[in-house]
Design a protein around this ligand. Structure first.
Ligand code: SF4
Ligand code: SF4
Length: 288
């Protein structure tokens, strides 16, 4: 029977129909770029699978002088020189938590809400710190001072003050924003905790401890002063009138003369107390 298949147009010799040259063979006999037939140029043949290409005669040459003599002999152990030289230097490893190294003076640690010299709080509840915080870590609620409950000089005080240490990045923008220097940062850095709720520090955790000459707030301002005198540092301690007011309102106040003293007055807030316990436990564990 005769063959009924249609012709494909591909001649048996491998040449395409219409005289178009096959791949790798340019038309008109002109060699392709990089081809070995360029006059005056020798091109190494492409390595086959498993072969390593031989470098071109005019290829890369290292500018590093080759080692000779003793340096050539010591080269394999040269890297140990760094190790050996450090073995005889003083140890800089810190043995934390069994040994606590003090932080640098300007270290950004836990915050503190400061007091004036008579014990009144510096925070006026303005919320500027909360607005400045890029991490939204501060929550403040202000309230009005009253003659029976004066917590800070002037009209307002911070009734609620919280810092969420899960969010805080210790950038210090809040303390820059504070107009009364109520908020500063301490060098304390032991702030880890086992619960999320425990990482939110309340006002009583953040308030600065009462010192000699201070009376626990609330109590009236020093007689004849305004908040301006407080800001200017003209109040240097509590007065007899203030002590008399506190003795009348809170006869058992430990900050009164003859009271239980500052140790009894400076009871840390629940979060601060829990944190101190954790730090002590970590120190104990580290010293084992
Ligand atoms: S240190 Fe920075 S992140 Fe932390 S509470 Fe202040 S402003 Fe917010
Ligand atoms: S800490 Fe300073 S900025 Fe923040 S609410 Fe108190 S006074 Fe205002």
């Amino acid at each position: 029977m005769a063959d009924q298949r249609k012709p494909t147009g591909q001649p048996a010799s491998g040449k395409p129909a219409g005289g178009k040259p096959a791949a790798g063979k340019p038309a008109g006999g002109k060699p392709a770029a990089g081809a070995a037939s360029q006059p005056g140029r020798t091109v190494a043949p492409r390595p086959r699978a498993g072969e390593v290409a031989t470098p071109e005669p005019d290829g890369y040459r290292s500018l590093i002088e080759p080692r000779t003599g003793l340096s050539e002999v010591l080269a394999p152990v040269g890297g140990f020189g760094v190790t050996l030289s450090n073995m005889f230097r003083p140890t800089v490893t810190e043995q934390y938590p069994s040994e606590k190294v003090p932080a640098k003076p300007r270290y950004h640690g836990r915050h503190q809400l400061n007091r004036y010299a008579d014990g009144l709080e510096k925070c006026i509840g303005c919320e500027l710190c909360a607005w400045a915080c890029p991490a939204d870590a501060i929550y403040v609620e202000g309230a009005d001072n009253t003659p029976d409950a004066q917590f800070s000089p002037g009209e307002r005080y911070g009734r609620v003050y919280q810092i969420n240490y899960l969010r805080c990045i210790f950038c210090g923008l809040c303390i820059e924003a504070c107009p009364t220097r109520a908020l500063t940062m301490t060098n304390e850095y032991e702030l880890a905790g086992p619960t999320r709720a425990g990482m939110i520090w309340e006002k009583q955790d953040l308030l600065a401890p009462l010192r000699e000459g201070m009376l626990a707030a609330p109590h009236p301002m020093v007689e004849g002063t305004s908040d301006t005198e407080y800001y200017q540092g003209k109040v240097t301690g509590s007065t007899d009138a203030q002590r008399a007011w506190v003795a009348e309102q809170r006869p058992q106040d430990p900050t009164l003369p003859g009271g239980d003293g500052l140790e009894a007055a400076n009871v840390p807030g629940p979060t601060a107390a829990a944190q101190a316990e954790l730090a002590a436990a970590a120190t104990k564990q580290g010293s084992r």
